[in-house]
Design a protein around this ligand. Structure first.
Ligand code: FRU
Length: 521
C-alpha cells in the first residue's frame, strides 16, 4: 500500500504501517549514509489467523484482511521502514520476530557499534545492535540482535538474555554512548523507577543508579530516554547541551491514558540529577507517547519520533476499517529553553520545517490584522497542509478576550477540527485544539477527550501546525508548546478558514499555507 492510495484517515506525511497494528517507535538510528531507520512495534500475525478469516497479507495487503479486530496489539514484532528525509518512507521486511506465539519482541533501541566494542563486528564499522525486551508470559528480559547488513536483517545473539532481573515488569531499554562506555536506561515499570546500567561491550551490564519516584507516576513508567539536547535562548541555539530524562507514563496521564513527561538535568555517566523536582509534560493534547530519540545524530540535533495515539482508545479508532492502526508523530527537532516564570521548557519543531514534502504555497503571505479567509483545498489530494502565522503586535495596543486567531478545518459532511490562540483577557496566552466536531469517532467514547489547551506566560509570536487527514499537530512559539491530536472525520476535511478578530490597530499577522505530500513505497 502506498499513502497515495486514497483513504479517509491514512496520513500522507506521517508514517503509518501498511497494514495491521503499530505502536511505539523502536531502534531509531541514522546510518553513515544518512538513511534514517525506523523500527516499530507491530502485529501482523493475526492477519494470518484462520480464525479471523484473514489471509496472509504480509506481502500484499488484501481487502480481506481489513478487519478491525486484526489491527490490535498482541504478538509483537519489530516492523521496519527507511527514509532519506524522515518524511518519505520505504517499507522494509519485518526486522525482529518473537521466538513463538506467546512471546513478543517489545520496545527497545538500536546502536551502531562503529568501534566494535562488542567484538561482534571485527570487519566493519556499520554493525548494528538492537537491544530490546523479550516479553514472555512470566518474564521480561533484555536481549540483543545483531545486524551485519546495516540494520536490514538481524540474528538474535546466542548469549541472550543479557539482562534478567527476574521481573515481569522490566522493559524498554534505550542505549546511548557516554564518553567511554554504553549507558542503558530501562523501566522497572510498576516500581516507578528508571534503572541506569552501564556496559563496555553491550553484553555485560552493571547497575549504576536509579532515578525513582519522580514527577507524575501514572500507574506505570515505560519507554525511558536519556538524551542530550541543545539549549536555546530567545529562539537561537547557545551551543550548550543539557541532559533530559524522558519517561512515558501509562495509564494515569493527567488527561487520561498515556503521555510523556521529562526532567532536565545533569548526567555524569552513571547518575542523572534533575535540575528541579517539577514534572513537565511534553505535549498538551493526548496523542504523543513513547517518544524515542535517534541514535547517531550530531549532539546539536536531537531528533525524535513518537507514537501518535493513546492506549485508552487506540484499539477502537476507525482506521481499523482501513486495515491499519496508528500513525507516528512528525519527526521533531528538540531543544530545551528557559521560559518566563515557569522555568525550563522542552520545545520541539517539525524536522527541517517539512521542506522535503512542502509543495505549492497555497495563498496567504499577506498582512492580516482583523480578517477572515477560506481556502478550499479539496484539490490537494494528499489532504495534508502546513500553516504558519507570524504575529506582530503594536506597542501599547489594547488586547481583550476577543483578540483571537481561529482556524477551522471543515468537510462537506459538517466535520470541523478547530484550533486557535487567545491574545487578551483572562485567557491571554492560551492555545487550544478542539476535535469535538469531527464526526467519524468519539461522540460515545468518554475517553476520547475532545478539547485541549495550554497556557504560556508570554504572548506567542509564531503559531504553526500540520493537518494530515486524521492527525493535527500544533506548535506555539517555535514549538515551546506543542499539541498532537488525532481525529476522525466522516468526510475528508477540505476547507480551511483562518479568522482573526479583536486585534488592535497596527497588528500584523502573516499567514502562509503550504500543501504537503510525500510518496512512499
Ligand atoms: C508502551 C509499551 C512498552 C512495551 C510495548 C509493547 O507503549 O507498553 O512498554 O514495550 O508498548 O508493545
Amino acid at each position: 500500500i502506498t499513502n497515495t492510495t486514497f483513504s479517509l484517515n491514512r496520513p500522507s506525511v506521517h508514517f503509518t504501517p501498511s497494514h495491521g497494528w503499530m505502536n511505539d517507535p523502536n531502534g531509531l538510528f541514522v546510518d553513515k549514509n544518512g538513511t534514517w531507520h525506523l523500527y516499530y512495534q507491530c502485529e501482523w500475525t493475526r492477519l494470518t489467523a484462520a480464525a479471523n478469516g484473514c489471509i496472509d497479507c504480509t506481502v500484499t495487503p488484501n481487502a480481506d484482511c481489513r478487519q478491525p479486530d486484526c489491527a490490535v496489539a498482541g504478538n509483537q514484532h519489530w516492523g521496519h521502514a527507511t527514509s532519506p528525509d524522515l518524511y518519505t518512507w520505504t517499507n522494509q521486511p519485518i526486522a525482529l520476530f518473537p521466538p513463538n506465539s506467546t512471546s513478543g519482541v517489545f520496545s527497545g533501541s538500536a546502536v551502531i557499534d562503529a568501534n566494535n566494542t562488542s567484538g561482534f563486528f571485527p570487519d566493519q564499522d556499520d554493525g548494528v545492535v538492537a537491544i530490546y525486551t523479550l516479553n514472555t508470559p512470566t518474564l521480561q528480559v533484555q536481549e540483543l540482535a545483531l545486524s551485519y547488513d546495516g540494520g536490514y536483517t538481524f540474528t538474535p545473539y546466542e548469549g541472550n538474555p543479557v539482562l534478567d532481573v527476574g521481573s515481569n515488569q522490566f522493559r524498554d531499554p534505550k542505549v546511548v554512548w557516554y564518553e567511554d562506555h554504553w549507558v542503558m536506561v530501562i523501566a522497572y515499570s510498576t516500581e516507578f523507577t528508571i534503572g541506569i546500567f552501564t556496559s563496555n561491550d553491550l553484553k555485560t551490564w552493571e547497575h549504576a543508579s536509579n532515578f525513582t519516584d519522580m514527577g507524575l507516576l501514572g500507574l506505570q513508567y515505560e519507554c525511558p530516554n536519556l538524551i542530550q539536547v541543545p539549549v536555546w535562548e530567545n529562539g537561537t541555539a547557545t551551543g550548550d547541551l543539557a541532559w533530559i530524562m524522558l519517561i512515558s507514563i501509562n495509564p494515569g496521564a493527567p488527561l487520561g491514558g498515556s503521555i510523556s513527561e521529562y526532567f532536565p538535568g545533569t548526567f555524569d555517566g552513571y547518575t542523572f540529577t534533575p535540575y528541579d523536582g517539577a514534572a513537565r509534560i511534553s505535549d498538551f493534547a493526548k496523542d504523543n507517547y513513547a517518544e524515542q530519540y535517534f541514535f547517531g545524530t550530531d549532539p546539536s540535533e536531537a531528533i525524535s519520533i513518537a507514537w501518535a495515539s493513546n492506549w485508552q482508545y487506540t484499539n477502537v479508532v476507525p482506521t481499523g476499517d482501513e486495515g491499519w492502526r496508528s500513525a507516528m508523530s512528525l519527526p521533531r527537532y528538540n531543544y530545551l529553553t528557559k521560559v518566563e516564570r515557569t522555568g525550563w521548557e522542552m520545545g520541539s519543531l517539525p524536522y527541517k520545517q517539512l521542506d522535503a514534502v512542502k509543495g505549492r504555497q497555497f495563498s496567504y503571505d499577506q498582512d492580516f490584522g482583523n480578517n477572515s479567509v477560506t481556502i478550499d483545498y479539496s484539490n490537494v489530494t494528499s489532504g495534508a497542509m502546513y500553516f504558519s502565522a507570524n504575529i506582530t503586535l503594536p506597542e501599547g495596543g489594547v488586547l481583550d478576550a476577543t483578540s483571537t486567531l481561529n482556524l477551522t478545518f471543515s468537510s462537506s459532511a459538517g466535520d470541523r477540527l478547530r484550533a486557535g490562540y487567545i491574545f487578551g483577557g483572562s485567557n491571554a496566552g492560551v492555545g487550544w485544539i478542539d476535535r469535538r466536531y469531527t464526526l467519524g469517532y468519539g461522540e460515545d467514547d468518554p475517553l476520547f477527550t475532545d478539547r485541549f489547551s495550554v497556557a504560556g506566560v508570554a504572548l506567542a509570536k509564531r503559531i504553526e501546525g500540520v493537518i494530515d487527514r486524521s492527525i493535527f499537530e500544533m506548535f506555539i512559539d517555535d514549538g515551546a508548546f506543542s499539541g498532537t491530536s488525532v481525529f476522525f472525520p466522516q468526510e475528508p476535511l477540505n476547507n480551511l478558514t483562518v479568522q482573526t478578530g479583536g486585534m488592535p490597530e497596527g497588528s500584523r499577522i502573516e499567514i502562509a499555507v503550504w500543501e504537503l505530500d510525500s510518496a512512499w513505497q
